[in-house]
Design a protein around this ligand. Structure first.
Ligand code: ADP
Ligand code: ADP
Length: 229
């Protein structure tokens, strides 16, 4: 079952001006339900642009993105988003629980269910006790776990992550990688994760989509688990 179908996607920034910049050109790939796909490529290859177009945050110049057979015009409720910069994604003047609660309120989830979803999401990232604390009382890795919990609280079918572990130290990154693998297994969610780190991609994913710089050729690699060799 195809969850995400990207077909002939092109993005030109500042199209029609002398600042026009072709960021991605003719990118196509599909993601099956339950799959963990990593998108890798060098800086400037268009990874973030691709994720923005997939999530509906940026309009594509050409091509289509289908999410569960529907074409995307805005960010759907079944989509979770996690970005690299957790420090800017959490509001410091709100508790962690309220940071998670805000988008749930925007999605009109009733108050009683909100509290249940907040606790469930915090449990999933092993931060059951931090609801009443503020983001700045936590380490960087813990803040990123709160940001992940916020995405999980939407009960997403598809989780899109843009370099989510790039701003933390190596040991924290390994812990977060294992955390996301566990969450993905427990919740049976589909994950598309952007990284410039090929080792991370091999460790995490079922399949790797390689974006190379101009023209944005897409190659696909299937890592083979050592046990299967
Ligand atoms: P990556 O995430 O792989 O580093 P990006 O998607 O950030 O690549 O960038 C791809 C290209 O698009 C680059 O040439 C970059 O300068 C350009 N670009 C990215 N964002 C914008 C923007 N908001 N306006 C204009 N050009 C942009
Ligand atoms: P307030 O108490 O002023 O509503 P909080 O930041 O403490 O502000 O809580 C925000 C929301 O999160 C509320 O809807 C509350 O019910 C819920 N909430 C607060 N703490 C927790 C917690 N530890 N676990 C689950 N939900 C919580």
């Amino acid at each position: 079952e195809t969850v995400l179908a990207v077909d002939g996607l092109r993005k030109i920034y500042n199209e029609g001006t002398d600042q026009a910049n072709l960021a991605i050109d003719d990118v196509s790939f599909e993601v099956t339900k339950g799959e963990f796909v990593c998108i890798v490529g060098p800086s400037g290859a268009g990874k973030t642009t691709l994720l923005r177009c997939i999530s509906g945050l940026a309009p594509a110049s050409r091509g289509s993105v289908m999410f569960e057979g529907r074409s995307l015009t805005s960010v759907p409720d079944e989509l979770g988003l996690v970005f690299q910069d957790y420090s800017r994604s959490l509001y410091p003047w709100f508790t962690n629980a309220r940071n998670i609660a805000l988008p749930l309120a925007a999605r009109r989830i009733p108050k009683a269910e909100r509290a249940e979803r907040i606790q469930d999401a915090l449990d999933s990232v092993a931060l059951s006790q931090v609801g009443k604390m503020y983001p700045w009382e936590l380490s960087g890795g813990m803040q990123q776990r709160v940001a992940i919990a916020r995405s999980l609280s939407y009960r997403p079918e598809l989780l899109l992550m843009d370099e989510p572990f790039a701003s933390v130290d190596a040991q924290t990154r390994f812990d977060l990688e294992d955390l996301i693998l566990r969450v993905r297994r427990e919740r049976e969610i589909t994950v598309v994760l952007v990284t410039h780190d090929i080792d991370e991609a091999i460790y995490l994913s079922d399949r790797i989509v390689v974006l190379s710089q101009s023209p944005s050729v897409v190659k696909e690699i299937v890592p083979v688990a050592l046990g299967e060799v």
